[in-house]
Design a binder for this molecule. Sequence first.
Ligand code: PLP
Length: 445
Amino acid sequence: MTAPVRIDAPARPDELSVWPASTVRRPNGDLSVGGVALTTVAAHFDTPVYVLDENEVRTRCRTYRAAFPDADVLYAAKAFLSRAMARWVDEEGLGLDVCSAGELSLALAAGFPPERIVLHGNAKAPADIETALAAGVGRIVVDSPSEIARIAALVGPDGRQKVMVRVVPGISAGGHEKIRTGTDDQKFGLSLTDGSAQHAVARVLGQPQLHLTGLHCHIGSRITEVKPYLAALRRMVGLMARIRDTHGVVLTELDLGGGHGVAYRPGEPALDLTALARRVRTELAASCTAARLPVPRLTVEPGRAIVAPAGVALYRVLTVKHSATSLFVAVDGGMSDNPRPALYGARYAPRLVGRASTAEPVTATVVGRHCEAGDVLAPDVALPGDVRPGDLLAVPVAGAYQASMASAYNLVGRPPVVAVDGGRARLLVRRETQEDLQRRDVGPR
Ligand code: PLP
């Protein structure tokens, strides 16, 4: 038995509070995760490398299942997907949210049951819809008016596909303007405020090939308060009541999306999952009673909160440069393996591993190796004053939206993903080689 992990663990001042629960200090400044020393991972798999603690992922899945025993919990594959990840999530009893034929095909290749998969996407390509229908996914979430007829046509005269409508409830929440999706000034979903959602519902109900099971919303990401979810829930139940009144249809499902925030640095807040589950359940019951609706089956779609804290990114320091105002510590990765700091100003707490240093801490800026001044991984962080080329830097909370958002910028090649568990390290995704990169380039002929 392994110790349970609370995703809503109260922030501890402990500098390892955001690391996987299995993290242990070892001699000479090393750390082990999942029983494997990070220096060993670097020596075997080279750097940069993403390390993923399998038990941390599984425990987080179980924590969700325990907190939401009557709900469907879908893991949002966009946070990170590999065959092994799909397998773990399946074995832990979660469903999967995918948003492309690519994510869907990988999940299917890993044997994920299609009926527990939900397809999202604000602009679904024909291949996305065709792959989903051919596989028999559980739900397709309608995100725009034009895809209603497209999905219905592809279903064909004899078929019937379960769908939900993604509603923009007019609730602003989330850790950064670029990840707020609950209001009308962004590209996702159909507005409750201007009536687009109601129109879409009417059109879906008019398509015999489509079976509308419920409504969906996803109000943003990195949300650390329960209140915005409750506000969204009330509006969604209000819309369900209006749909019943207008169309005589009682919807049986409500999907409140994901967006559950985690701490990236010690002391940062995280969403209190237990409070979320309790208050959502109470509010749903109360709102439905007031609207004289049966309580719909609830779905939640966490991505980051399942996998972010299970990951650690390991880099090797290549250069250390003093400027008039800053100390730049440049590592062998950067925005190609983690675009989040450049995209959203995301902040991290890197630390030296594999060498004990007694040097006084200094304020440094950890930068990447890419030809972009904005290639900054972690500005203004404390590192030992003797940090030097050859050192290993480890960045915790690296499991979500890093490997999945990695690019081929500067043709550096994407890092491998290595699973650690029970003292064993194993390769899940191999490093992208120069050969991989060059094979795609088929000209000149
Ligand atoms: N569900 C939907 C529809 C999303 O768009 C996202 C993220 O963009 C998620 C779930 C997962 O969000 P998070 O990883 O913040 O939990």
